[in-house]
Design a protein around this ligand. Structure first.
Ligand code: BGC
Length: 330
């Protein structure tokens, strides 16, 4: 009887040990709040999807990321409200794509008071707003503008289709309060001038980064200036897609009687560069930028120090390397 009892106790002990071994330690879940200036933006859509996927890929049995991404719908008041809600919910870290960089303070003050680390992305505010436990992840738009201009300067006729010694261009700008729009506008033209090319601006207006506005503006410019327009610079690819529709509508042919430049390297634009329906674009590396933003957020969560500025490089995209870029993006 004693032996049976001892055996029973032993069996019970083994079972309880096994059960203990199986008990998983609870994963630590970090709450991440993200607000994007506007979901209806081709580039920022690629960016936020990549950011979400990258957070997922970094999860382990021990660490999870509960990521909430909000659409600020291009409205600063909405964004401030979202940041307030995130703070009330006790998020551990914030990632903010500002609606208005000139109103950055409205967000950065809240974040500082709450003592929550914050990664600012894509729209660069003035340095004074980037406080303690905050950083900016972006790309230097001067480089993308320069690359646009260089693509034109490297053409056999240097953009001077009618051979009159002057490159006449139109400029379709993004939101003029963004440094991306300001720098791309300035540096694309500067690169032409630095290459010794004489330029003349026929038309410069803002299409707010949007395809439909790009189309409308370029259609208007083509109606006013017709064949005088040799180069169409667009601060981003979405507006270049709109520009292309207008160019087609006006019966003009890219590569023959007009040149068309964008920035971002959306896959459809890389394909157009390969087909010759776009002269060139510039890769705005959403993969590198979104990963850097997530890495910075996680570094804050781990109590590590983060550089104030984290930069990604742009890459020139012409018919020569568009396939290579497409292979990376797809
Ligand atoms: C991109 C644009 C985008 C803008 C949003 C820029 O860096 O090139 O496509 O609309 O960011 O802020």
């Amino acid at each position: 009887m004693k032996k049976v009892l001892a055996l029973l106790v032993a069996v019970l002990l083994v079972f309880s040990f096994a059960a203990c071994g199986q008990q998983k330690t609870e994963a630590k879940t970090y709450k991440v709040g993200v607000t994007i200036y506007q979901f209806d933006d081709n580039f920022m859509t690629l960016y936020r999807n990549e950011m979400e996927a990258y957070f997922k890929s970094l999860e382990t049995d021990a660490v999870k990321y509960d990521v909430t991404i909000m659409d600020a719908a291009n409205d600063m008041a909405t964004q401030v409200e979202q940041v307030n809600t995130f703070i009330a919910q006790g998020v551990d870290v914030l990632i903010v794509n500002l609606v208005q960089t000139s109103s950055a303070e409205q967000v950065t003050n809240l974040v500082q008071e709450a003592g929550i680390p914050c990664v600012l992305i894509n729209r660069e505010p003035a340095e004074e707003f980037i406080g303690e436990n905050m950083c900016y992840v972006g790309a230097d738009a001067r480089q993308s503008g320069t690359y646009q201009g260089e693509i034109v300067a490297e053409l056999e006729n240097k953009g001077d289709i009618n051979g009159d010694g002057v490159v006449k261009y139109i400029m379709i700008m993004g939101d003029p309060e963004n440094t991306d729009a300001q720098y791309r506008t300035e540096y694309s033209v500067k690169a032409l001038q630095d290459a010794g090319i004489t330029v003349e601006c026929l038309f410069q207006q803002t299409g707010n980064w949007a395809q439909d506005q790009g189309q409308e503006l370029v259609a208007n410019a083509l109606a006013s200036f017709g064949n005088d327009i040799e180069v169409v610079f667009c601060n981003n690819d979405a507006m270049a897609l709109g520009a292309f529709q207008a160019i087609q509508g006006a019966g003009r042919t890219v590569g023959t009687d007009i040149y068309l430049l964008g920035v971002d390297a959306l896959t459809e634009c890389c394909q157009m560069v390969l087909d010759g329906t776009m002269t060139g674009t510039v890769l705005n590396d959403h993969i590198a930028q979104s990963h850097a933003a997530v890495d910075a957020a996680i570094a804050y969560l781990n109590g590590e120090t983060v550089e104030k500025y984290i930069w990604a490089n742009y890459t020139k995209v012409t018919a020569e390397n568009a396939q290579e870029i497409l292979d990376i993006l797809q």
